[in-house]
Design a protein around this ligand. Structure first.
Ligand SMILES: C[S@@+](CC[C@H](N)C(=O)[O-])C[C@H]1O[C@@H](n2cnc3c(N)ncnc32)[C@H](O)[C@@H]1O
Length: 433
């Protein structure tokens, strides 16, 4: 029990309940971290991320152990038992501590009538060990629909893809080329006792051997580096940026790529960063401030160009569309619980709508990079194909790069347990009249 009076397990159970009710961990974990003692925060975080990551496997076991589901008002106790099963099956925690503290947490959640059930279920789980997984959803710990969709989309790779989604992602940095070369910053890290290597494909990327708090990174507060996955860094390398260009980042928050654009090319005429989310847009400004960069921020629906466009065309556009985020599940395991199969078609229609709108604000001779952190062709290859059938003048450029799979309309990276996230990129150009 923490000195703030909250059992870490009880808080974790409530966080999971919020995720089940549609909130992301990014939304509901930060306030929950304030409910526990400082030294318990890493544990709370590990419990929430770990239980989400293994939710479908743990839930299959729990459902089999419960004679009937708990009543809706008691659902939080279901999540409490999932947290305990996560610890029993996947952590080093001593079993007796898990059992005792979970029963205590059940009382802390004001559910004393369920302590007997919790105790019985967990004792049986401890005694009998982990059961065989009933199906691939439990085996790979992903929702059934996602397993089936990935099996269909990636017949050769689906198992490796699902395994990669369950691995811990590395911490990757982007060096601010205005401050340090990559080699100089690697030396800074060595001097600080932080083991790291250069990323394979992103020219400014550095992958750490193990994650560290950002305040341990040399000159972080002064803008020497940013935390950004290698795949996300590759977007900027496809933009062919040059001084004097007017650049649009159409879905910009929290601003990782806006900052990468500004860092990688000085002398751009203007960078306009749009996001429709009033909550997320301030994060772009925070990142710009730390890196001492300047962009024009606009809160708007990028697709509604009458609302925000000043009729000055853009030479370069990055369209990093909202998507299923199925390429970044290892960093955001709550996506397994949040995403529904029925989300994909509406997302694809938003993506195509944004692409068509951005085409209108692209200058003749200009270039647009379409990107998603999705591994579903429905949001990637097929969007570009649909767009090209409607925009016969659009020119598809084949990026000459040594990474990713050639999808005819762009390049697809699948998440790599050793390095980058899953991402898709397509490069389109508008011919001069
Ligand atoms: C994949 S995230 C962008 C990540 C960002 N490019 C980065 O690298 O930090 C997609 C963003 O699109 C925003 N968004 C969704 N629909 C939008 C729209 N119609 N117009 C502008 N922004 C939109 C969301 O609020 C979200 O911040």
């Amino acid at each position: 029990m923490s000195d703030r009076g909250q059992s870490v397990r009880a808080v974790a159970a409530r966080v999971l309940q919020s995720v089940e009710n549609g909130q992301s961990l990014t939304q509901c974990l930060p306030p929950a971290l304030n409910e526990v003692a400082d030294n318990e925060r890493p544990q709370l975080q590990a419990l929430c991320y770990g239980t989400c990551r293994w939710f479908h496997r743990l839930d299959a076991e729990l459902q089999a152990r419960l004679k009937k589901p708990l009543r809706k008002p008691d659902r939080v106790v279901h999540h409490l038992m999932l947290v305990a099963l996560f610890q029993l099956r996947l952590s080093q925690q001593a079993n007796y501590a898990v059992l005792n503290e979970t029963v205590e947490a059940c009382r802390a959640l004001d559910k004393p009538h369920l302590t007997g059930l919790v105790n019985g279920v967990l004792r049986a789980a401890e005694r009998e060990g982990e059961p065989a997984c009933p199906d691939d959803s439990a085996r790979f710990s992903h929702p059934h629909w996602m397993v089936e969709k990935l099996r269909h989309n990636w017949p050769q790779d689906w198992q490796a893809l699902l395994d990669a989604n369950n691995a811990q992602a590395p911490m990757t940095l982007r060096v601010n080329a205005r401050r340090f070369s990559r080699n100089e910053y690697l030396q800074q890290l060595t001097d600080a006792g932080i083991e790291a290597t250069a990323t394979r494909f992103a020219p400014l990327g550095i992958q750490l051997a193990s994650p560290v708090a950002v305040d341990r990174l040399p000159w972080f507060a002064d803008g020497a580096v940013s935390v950004q996955d290698e795949a996300a860094q590759l977007c900027t390398t496809l933009m062919d940026l040059a001084p004097g260009q007017r650049v649009l980042d159409a879905c910009a928050a929290p601003g990782g790529k806006t900052c990468a654009i500004l860092e990688s090319c000085s002398g751009l005429e203007e960078v306009v960063a749009i996001d429709e989310s009033a909550d997320r847009l301030p994060r772009v400004q925070e990142n710009l401030d730390r890196l001492e960069l300047v962009a024009t921020l606009v809160q708007a629906d990028a697709a509604d160009i009458d609302q925000w466009w000043d009729r000055q065309p853009f030479d370069r556009i990055l369209l990093d569309v909202p998507c299923s985020a199925t390429g970044v599940i290892r960093r955001h395991p709550d996506i397994k619980l949040l995403r529904r199969e029925s989300d994909v078609v509406p997302l694809a229609s938003i993506q195509l709508g944004l692409l068509k709108a951005m085409w209108q604000v692209l200058a003749p001779g200009g270039r647009l990079v379409y990107a998603t952190c999705s591994v579903f062709p429905q949001e990637n290859h097929r969007i570009i194909r649909r767009f090209l059938t409607q925009q016969e003048h659009a020119v598809l450029r084949e990026p000459d790069v040594p990474w990713g799979r050639d999808m005819e309309t762009g390049r697809q990276l699948l998440p790599d347990p050793e390095s980058h996230d899953g991402f898709f990129y397509a490069v389109l150009e508008k011919p001069e009249p």
